[in-house]
Design a protein around this ligand. Structure first.
Ligand code: NAD
Length: 263
């Protein structure tokens, strides 16, 4: 199936590694030109160069922190200056810190709101007027399986990502007449660098190995393993693409069946 991404311009945030990088790479393989961002310029540039080399597409790498309003504005402007349009936004960011309610402070909540909710809000303000002028576009917000089933010790993620889903559902309704589709993707356990670090940390604290820690997690996943970043990236590329032209306002789980609810 041709996803119809050739010649499109995609802005993928938080893309120097992990899920963001995998999504950027997948979109590039389908022929989309890219703007990518992350905070660390050297790592971001290395990712941009690798995608450029592998796919031959134009990749603009803009160092930016998505929790900083001025950075988000500059990112949208630089992308527009370079490509003259933005057809696709993948709104991704690093995860908020773990913690139970009484471990966290109100300041932690405000910082997490800037990172998880306001980054998506500001990115949408950066691209929606352009998409409207051009007669359409597609936005995918990266959330988590936690929006269906809250996860222990992840109060900030459990709470703030639901606000992102509210944003997605509301914008999907409001912007459909402008040809703009807005969706969310909800990854379950996906084996990125961040998850590797988490497994190492859990193993060190419980005197086990990272594989033993992974096995405890995968025991609860019907498909019996964690996902790969590429599996998540293929789902996101589809959702973002013209091939998904009749899909808007959905929260697509990519979790190996981990969420067992019916809704
Ligand atoms: P990761 O740590 O491997 O990668 C995160 C990327 O975001 C890196 O490129 C990092 O440089 C960048 N980044 C972090 N904070 C940033 C900021 N403020 N501004 C710009 N760039 C920033 O993480 P990941 O596993 O790829 O996860 C990506 C997102 O998906 C996170 O929000 C995470 O919580 C969520 N998620 C991940 C999983 C999983 O299993 N991997 C599951 C559910 C949800």
């Amino acid at each position: 199936m041709d996803l119809g991404l050739k010649g499109k311009v995609a802005l993928v945030t938080a893309a120097s590694r992990g899920l963001g990088r995998a999504v950027a790479r997948q979109l590039a393989e389908e022929g989309a030109a890219l703007a990518i961002c992350a905070r660390q310029a050297d790592r971001l540039e290395a990712t941009g160069a690798a995608i450029r080399r592998a796919t031959g597409v134009d990749v603009l790498a803009v160092p930016a922190d998505v929790s900083v309003p001025e950075d988000v504005d500059r990112l949208a402007e630089t992308t527009l200056d370079r490509f003259g349009r933005i057809d696709i936004l993948i709104a991704n960011a690093g995860g908020p810190p773990p913690g139970r309610f009484l471990d966290l402070t109100p300041d932690d909540w405000e910082a997490a709101a800037r990172l998880t909710l306001m980054s998506a809000v500001r990115l949408c303000y950066g691209v929606v007027p352009l998409m409207r002028t051009r007669g359409g576009g597609s936005i995918v917000a990266m959330t988590s399986v936690s929006v269906k089933q809250p996860l222990p010790n992840l109060l900030l993620s459990n709470s703030l990502r639901l606000a992102v889903i509210g944003l997605v559902k509301s914008m999907a309704d409001e912007l459909a007449p402008d040809g703009i589709r807005v969706n969310a993707v909800c990854p379950g356990w996906t084996r990125t660098e961040r998850v590797e670090e988490l497994l190492q940390d859990r193993a060190a604290r419980s005197g086990t190995t990272p594989e033993e820690e992974a096995a405890k997690i995968t025991a609860a996943i019907p498909l019996g393993r964690m996902g790969t970043p590429e599996e998540l990236a293929r789902a996101v590329a589809f959702l973002a693409s013209p091939a998904a032209s009749y899909i808007t306002g959905v929260s697509l789980l990519v979790d190996g069946g981990m969420y067992r609810g019916t809704m």
